[in-house]
Design a protein around this ligand. Structure first.
Ligand code: MSP
Length: 530
């Protein structure tokens, strides 16, 4: 069985997550489900990035320990992914011993490779904020966070010889352009590297909420070295002599050998640099194979700005799910935005997507088909014996071609294009109802066989749609299959087979997506922001 390893960034548990964070995780989830359906042995990793000065400060302000602070938020994040039915296989927290011990080991390996040296870090220090800033980051010569004066300070720190890796990184992009997608990000990073790479300060001594540097007390490992390593520590790499508390005793390197190198690290555009410059350089130094791909997505914007915790313009995914359901939210995020580009979030686009594509197009197709099957045949339809008519053959031909088109779009994370392809079949099926006019056929007893063939054609199309939408909206898959009367789990291979079922026994249920009153919903969503 071929393996497939996909990761999301590990999120900072500084405050609860918003819809922007769910965007990346929903894409990773859809891809993981798609690959599983296509027969891959999938490892889907997510988690939380819990160390660093920011978290330490937030905890101090809240009057709790950093661990207690993150524990509360991580519990909410796990609950959110549960509500959204994110199908991750492992959730790694950087405060877990299985991660911490391995990060120290990775640090030692890079040190032993001669790529870590002790030096002096110099910068502009803001004492109240306990932060270093570079010349460029200062605002009018003052701290960009609090606006107070800064002073020139220096301290001892460990550095990673990142500058030594510039040529190797450029060669990597050149030899394997697929390593960093989309191309626009690759060009950006190429220019960034060409403008000169400086060695990287990889330890801090001004705060202590981090993984201790193994060589010396009083220093903690830079949070990005700590965080990036999660992609391999979660696989049990490197092996820790004597084992790790809480780890399965015989876990060994089985997972690492099965899943590493990762097929893709899915990340937001602002952290592409960490993943495509720092991470491969660290891996090269430690002698570990590189991930196959880093793929950078755009941001969801709200009123022109990035949705962000610090700006406070947050859209709460939990409230949206409570009102519209998990499938509707996932569909909207995957259908509305183009991978790699920024997209504007508005309540209106979301309501219109749910109403138009889901309630009107898909929901109606299911309820009309099941309704007519029940009305005209008591819910029981058999496969027609005689040959198909032209309209049926056209729909069948279109239906069996969709899966291959979806596969092509999924190769480039083109979720919106994949869903648009599936909706060509939904629309064609609705059009087929208008063209065949089953209600007219029902009036003529002599056309009963034709009527049955029409309904069978529609049910076959719905069965194929139920498989095609499964990676994106698995609840709807299950409900559609229950209503049309198909047993067993969806199997991707069945999406390309026409005429698979010999009978259908339908049982009409509640509408898949109830139609929304746009004005009322907009007023409701507006009221949430007040
Ligand atoms: N902890 C680091 C990642 C370490 S990975 C080894 C981090 N965390 S984060 O919580 O700030 O962001 C996590 C991800 O969420 C990033 O990929 C970021 O791009 C994404 N998003 C945060 N806000 C977003 C939007 N408004 N829209 C889309 N994605 C957004 O960075």
């Amino acid at each position: 069985m071929k393996s497939y390893y996909i990761t999301t960034p590990i999120y900072y548990p500084s405050s609860n997550l918003h819809i922007g964070h769910t965007y990346c995780t929903v894409m990773a989830d859809a891809m993981a489900r798609f690959k599983r359906l296509a027969g891959f042995d999938v490892m889907f990793l997510t988690g939380t990035d819990e160390h660093g000065q920011k978290i330490q400060r937030l905890a101090e302000a809240a009057g709790v320990t950093p661990q207690a602070y993150v524990d509360g938020i991580v519990a909410n994040i796990i609950k959110l992914w549960g509500t959204m039915e994110i199908s991750y296989d492992d959730f790694i927290r950087t405060t877990e011993p299985r991660h911490q011990l391995r990060v120290q080991e990775i640090f030692k390996r890079i040190y032993e490779a001669g790529d870590i040296y002790k030096g002096t870090y110099e910068g502009w220090y803001c004492t109240p904020c306990e932060s270093y800033w570079t010349d460029k980051q200062l605002v009018d010569g003052n701290c960009p966070d609090c606006g107070r004066p800064v002073e020139r300070m220096q301290e001892e720190a460990y550095f990673f010889r990142l500058s030594e890796y510039a040529d190797k990184l450029l060669a990597l992009y050149e030899d394997d352009p697929g390593f960093l997608e989309p191309e626009s990000r690759r060009n950006e990073m190429t220019a960034f590297i060409k403008s000169g790479l400086e060695d990287l300060n990889i330890s801090r001594s001004s705060f202590d909420w981090g993984i201790p540097v193994p060589l010396e007390e009083g220093q903690v490992i830079y949070v990005w070295l700590d965080a990036l390593s999660n992609y391999i520590t979660a696989l049990g790499y490197p092996v820790i002599e004597g084992g790790v508390p809480g780890d399965t005793p015989d876990a060994g390197l089985a997972k690492y050998e099965k899943y590493w190198p990762a097929d893709v690290h899915l990340v937001g555009k602002e952290i592409v640099r960490f993943h495509s410059v720092i991470w491969p350089a660290l891996l090269m130094s430690a002698g570990i194979p590189l991930p196959k791909q880093v793929r950078g997505h755009g941001w969801l914007l709200l009123d022109g700005g990035k949705i962000s915790k610090s700006k406070g313009n947050v859209v709460d995914p939990v409230l949206l799910i409570e009102r519209y359901g998990v499938d509707a939210l996932k569909y909207f995020l995957l259908r509305e935005y183009t991978f790699g580009q920024d997209g504007l979030y508005t309540n209106e686009t979301m309501i219109n997507r749910i109403n138009g594509d889901l309630a009107n197009d898909l929901g109606n197709l299911l309820s009309r088909t099941c309704g007519m099957t029940e009305k005209y045949f008591g819910g029981h339809v058999t496969k027609p014996a005689q040959g198909e008519e032209k309209l049926d053959a056209c729909l069948a031909e279109l239906a069996v071609q969709v899966a291959a088109k979806v596969e092509t779009h999924m190769e480039t994370f083109g979720f919106n294009h994949a869903l648009a392809e599936i909706w060509t079949l939904v629309s064609a099926s609705n059009k087929y109802i208008d063209e065949t006019q089953p209600w007219a056929l029902a009036k003529d007893e002599a056309r009963r066989a034709r009527l049955e063939a029409v309904l069978y054609t529609l049910l076959e199309s719905l069965r194929i749609i139920s498989v095609l939408i499964c990676p994106f909206m698995h609840h709807s898959t299950e409900e559609m299959r229950r209503q049309i009367g198909v047993s067993g789990e969806a199997d991707w291979a069945d999406a390309s087979v026409w005429g698979k079922e010999s009978v259908y026994d339908t049982s009409k249920g509640a509408s898949l997506f109830p139609r929304l009153d746009v004005a009322a919903e907009l007023a409701y969503l507006e009221s949430l922001g007040e």
